[in-house]
Design a protein around this ligand. Structure first.
Ligand SMILES: Cc1cc2nc3c(=O)[nH]c(=O)nc-3n(C[C@H](O)[C@H](O)[C@H](O)COP(=O)(O)OP(=O)(O)OC[C@H]3O[C@@H](n4cnc5c(N)ncnc54)[C@H](O)[C@@H]3O)c2cc1C
Ligand SMILES: NC(=O)c1ccc[n+]([C@@H]2O[C@H](COP(=O)([O-])OP(=O)(O)OC[C@H]3O[C@@H](n4cnc5c(N)ncnc54)[C@H](O)[C@@H]3O)[C@@H](O)[C@H]2O)c1
Length: 464
């Protein structure tokens, strides 16, 4: 039987799938995209977008409560978790509408259903109406994302036990939450719940928070989470989680016991590669559901590419979109002419927000690179004082001989935006990457960007 044949079939409409589909369609390929849920992927529905929208509502609430002008007027504003969820849902709907349009305008066939390989060049798509559609394609891009890792010994069906997907169904504001896992997801959700006034225990199975960050930034996060009221416990591992009618108990291997209204497990993710017939065509995901790819995002089968969370690091929406485009260009041109930037920026939406690009102090010390440090504290910037956002710091690490910027580390309001100013200078070639830029340029005043001038001068003053 003849099946409909495409040049490229993309599975998943998260950032990875979207990047691949758009690039292939723009280059004139006949493209099909298969999605089992709704357009936008985990990024829009369970990951980046909802968590950032929740965090935005909470940080505005904190800002309102701490602004002297509003405090003088009185009025005790508070939000429930379902209320901030509703605000997030409205963003999700706008994203779905926007992204659906992209597929339509670019004449991409969108097929609703779950895709399984039934041959090296064939997909069978189980559709919601029970029908199966079979399509064939010359090339494939797998962009099926990831899901929360769920260890077998924790009962995620218990109504008080949540992961980062299920938490988006929580219908009330708990009084007390245990967040297990102090990676990016755990620390972001700890900030969200604490900002709502919920008592939070954050359990970390390592010895510091987000150890990939510069130590000073990681210490600042610990300090600010702690003074906001989050109880952070390091070097702990769960022994068992017991869900009851009136609460959930966490028993730690160290012998400690904690009780809360809900338990949020946020410790790791697994790639969505199961039940896709991959093994039948010769592709074998590892124990975390991830696939290996080469520099052109090709799996072991050269006509099947994989991007985004299913290939592991960096597992970011930002990177997944680029990877999708690169994979499509490899299909079209035979190889990728671009790669992800070497220094992938980090944007962590805790309260305070964190962002960095480039190397940390300990990495530079280990590499024996002679660097110097320039600091700017938000409390000393006019714009931060006006905005009442005085918690934060920008730190520039630069080569003391060449003044080349080696690392930018920031925490505080809008850190994830601020870091990109420095990133643009850092990636200049032929001497363009120099601290001097920030001293010799004129900044708008008052701005947060001015932090670069302050930090650069601070650093230069340390040279002798
Ligand atoms: C709580 C949380 C917060 C995050 N915050 C950030 C952040 O602030 N910044 C950032 O850059 N990244 C963030 N991330 C990571 C980011 O969301 C992911 O890296 C990104 O979504 C990965 O994109 P993707 O295209 O690989 O997959 P996804 O966005 O997960 O999309 C995969 C899609 O494939 C579909 N699919 C799966 N299997 C099939 C199948 N067999 N057939 C058809 N369709 C299928 C799924 O339904 C889904 O729609 C966060 C993640 C989480 C969980
Ligand atoms: N602001 C952001 O950029 C942002 C926010 C949230 C999440 N994310 C992305 O989501 C990813 C997941 O975050 P996280 O906080 O859950 O985890 P994490 O990456 O910090 O990992 C937590 C721990 O779980 C382990 N682990 C991971 N997957 C596992 C698996 N399948 N089985 C067993 N152990 C596993 C890891 O080794 C680690 O010890 C991050 O890597 C990040 O890229 C990004």
């Amino acid at each position: 039987m003849e099946h409909f044949k495409y040049d490229v079939a993309v599975i998943g409409t998260g950032p990875g799938g979207e990047g691949a589909a758009m690039k292939a369609a723009k280059e004139g390929k006949r493209v099909a995209v298969i999605e089992k849920h709704r357009i936008g992927g985990g990024c829009t529905h369970w990951g980046t977008i909802p968590s950032k929208a929740l965090r935005h509502s909470v940080s505005r609430l904190i800002e309102y409560k701490s602004a002297p002008l509003f405090r003088e007027k009185g009025g005790n504003i508070s939000f429930s978790f379902p209320e901030i969820l509703r605000a997030a849902e409205s963003v999700i709907e706008r994203q779905v509408k926007l992204r659906s349009g992209f597929y339509q305008y670019n004449n991409i066939d969108l097929i609703e259903g779950t895709a399984t390989f039934t041959g090296p060049n064939q997909l069978t798509i189980a559709q919601p109406n029970g029908a199966n559609e079979v399509i064939e394609a010359n090339d494939f891009v797998l962009a099926t994302g990831s899901r929360p890792y769920q260890p077998d010994d924790i009962d995620f069906n218990h109504p008080r036990v949540y992961d980062s997907d299920k938490i988006l169904t929580l219908g009330y504001t708990p009084r007390r939450v245990i967040v297990y896992g102090a990676g990016v997801i755990g620390t972001e959700y700890a900030s969200i719940f604490r900002g709502l006034g919920v008592k939070v225990d954050l359990i970390n199975n390592r010895d510091r928070l987000l150890s990939f960050l510069d130590d000073e930034i990681s210490d600042a996060l610990s300090y600010h989470l702690r003074i906001s009221g989050v109880v952070v416990r390091h070097n702990e591992t769960y022994d068992k989680v017991i869900g009851g009618d009136d609460g959930v108990e966490l028993h730690l291997k160290s012998g400690k016991k904690l009780k809360a209204d809900i338990f949020l497990f946020a410790n790791g993710r697994t790639g969505n590669t199961q039940n896709m017939g991959l093994e039948d065509i010769g592709l074998h995901p590892d124990r975390r559901g991830q696939l290996k790819v080469d520099q052109d995002y090709r799996t072991e089968l050269p006509h099947i590419h994989a991007v985004g969370d299913i290939i592991g690091y960096p597992s970011l929406a930002s990177a997944a979109y680029d990877q999708g485009r690169f994979a499509a260009s490899a299909i079209i041109e035979g190889q990728c002419h671009h790669q992800l930037v070497e220094d992938i920026p980090t944007g962590i939406y805790t309260i305070p927000e964190i962002s960095s690009v480039g190397r940390s102090e300990s990495e530079l010390t280990d590499a024996q690179i002679p660097y110097e440090v320039g600091h700017a504290f938000f409390k000393d910037l006019a714009r931060a004082q006006i905005a009442g956002q005085t918690v934060g710091m920008l730190k520039l690490l630069f080569n003391r001989d060449t003044k080349e910027i080696l690392g930018i580390h920031c925490f505080g309001e809008r850190a994830a935006e601020i870091v990109h100013i420095g990133q643009a200078i850092m990636c200049q070639k032929d001497g363009g990457n120099s601290l001097d830029y920030f001293v010799n340029t004129t900044f708008n005043y008052p701005t947060m960007a001015e932090a670069y001038r302050v930090a650069a001068l601070n650093g230069l003053n340390r040279l002798f």
